[in-house]
Design a protein around this ligand. Structure first.
Ligand SMILES: [Zn+2]
Length: 418
């Protein structure tokens, strides 16, 4: 499964990469064939331990930083030069797939293994990172640890993030699983950051491309909406007197979904988290909290969509006789990746004779944070039917190996060969 075309610096071993992915996927394997490895759970710890072991076997010096990011470093001939960095995340959604995140971490490891096999030393050092809590399932925000590394958030903010039930914090959970490292989180120059990832959308597969040279990622605004009505007996409170918070929320969710179609190009609008109080069959819901995630590549249009969304929710609340509170939890402008890094991906694909197309990322990634402090690029490979955040997420060994080879070429081109 190794890529067998000319122009290769050191051939990656596609079988070894696949085996590592499958071994990693056994940790937190779900009945539906996916993976559930929530950040800083015991399963996350197990996946971290496995990765650290593999890094050490590959001769990497491993350090853990204050946000629990795991960094495996391969020395360069000029070891004081800023490193070329790659990585992604080993945590997953509760019912996630085998490839989202794990691919980018293990592709980085395979780059190192392939360079070891070929006896190649790069001029600049290389670093492979597992970023803590990319997915944002437990601690509200997601991509927090790479954000601290890139100076987007304070360390204290990251460590004190509460979990959803407000029973613990990210920092306490890091200590609990033994990954509260003492290395500084960022604060040193890096030469470039590359992240390999499955596309999580259908474009590459549909167009028969193997490599996506990612131009950037769309902007994102996350809101929490709280709808307050009044609780009452489900059997005795007449329909005409109800202030049903769930009915109000349902109308808002439907309205927001329809609102998306007023814009061109289409934004994506998602209500993904819902909490109903008291959540009882026999009581009219008195309060509902739900999340609304709105994304678009155009920052001005994104602001416009958010304003329209807010006035829509206020109007629908009035109609349903409920109160509404809208809080923006966090937001991120769209990100454009570094033209040289994008070109390095295109050039590597071309040299390897792989069909490549430019693409925008629909999802946020750790790379979006890194783009604030270093030239950054991403490499997408196809995933089956564009399905991700799903146990059925799938990618082919050949495509994964191809993306890994492109990663190796782009990193080595940047780091230089000693
Ligand atoms: Zn991911």
């Amino acid at each position: 499964m190794a890529v067998t075309v000319a122009g290769i610096t050191a051939p990656v071993n596609g079988d070894r990469l696949w085996r590592s992915l499958m071994d990693m996927a056994e940790i937190g394997a779900t009945a539906g064939g996916g993976v559930g490895r929530i950040a800083l759970s015991d399963l996350d710890k197990a996946s971290r331990d496995l990765f650290v072991g593999w890094c050490r076997e590959a001769g990497l010096a491993v350090r853990i930083d204050r946000m629990g990011n795991i960094i495996g470093r391969r020395a360069g001939a000029d070891d004081d030069a800023p490193p070329v960095v790659t990585g992604s995340h080993l945590d997953s959604q509760p019912l996630g797939g085998k490839f989202d995140g794990a691919y980018g971490v293990l592709a980085g490891l395979e780059v190192v293994r392939a360079l070891n096999d070929a006896g190649i030393t790069t001029r600049a050092p290389l670093e492979i990172v597992d970023w803590t809590d990319e997915e944002g399932v437990r601690f509200t925000a997601g991509v927090v640890a790479s954000g601290v590394y890139a100076g987007q958030f304070d360390l204290d903010y990251g460590l004190n993030l509460p979990d959803r039930e407000d029973t613990t914090t990210l920092g306490r959970e890091l200590a609990r699983i033994g990954y509260d490292g003492d290395a500084p989180c960022g604060g040193y120059p890096i030469s470039a950051f590359f992240e390999a990832h499955i596309e999580q959308g259908p474009i590459l597969e549909r167009e028969g491309a193997v490599i996506g040279a990612v131009l950037g990622a769309q902007g994102r605004r996350c809101h929490t909406i709280t709808v307050t009505g009044e609780e009452g007996h489900a059997g005795t409170l007449p329909m005409t007197l109800r202030r049903d918070a769930l009915v109000g929320a349902a109308r808002m969710i439907d309205g927001l979904n329809r609102l998306a179609f007023d814009f061109d190009p289409l934004p994506v609008i998602t209500a993904g988290y819902l909490q109903v109080r008291p959540n009882s069959r026999n009581t009219v819901p008195g309060r509902v909290t739900f999340s609304v995630d709105i994304r678009h590549p155009d920052n001005a249009l994104l602001a416009d969509i958010c304003a329209r969304a807010e006035s829509l929710c206020r109007r629908l609340a009035e109609e349903a006789g409920v109160a509404v509170e809208i809080a923006e939890m966090f937001g991120r402008d769209s990100v454009a990746f570094d033209p040289d890094c994008v070109e390095a991906v295109r050039a590597a694909a071309k040299r390897l004779d792989l069909v490549c197309r430019d693409i925008h990322s629909g999802a946020g990634h750790d790379a979006c944070n890194l783009a604030h402090i270093a030239p950054t690029g991403m490499i997408f490979v196809p995933c089956k039917d564009g399905i991700s955040h799903n146990e059925r997420e799938a990618a082919t060994p050949g495509d994964l190996a191809a993306g890994c080879q492109v990663l190796l070429e782009a990193m080595v081109a940047r780091a230089g060969i000693a």
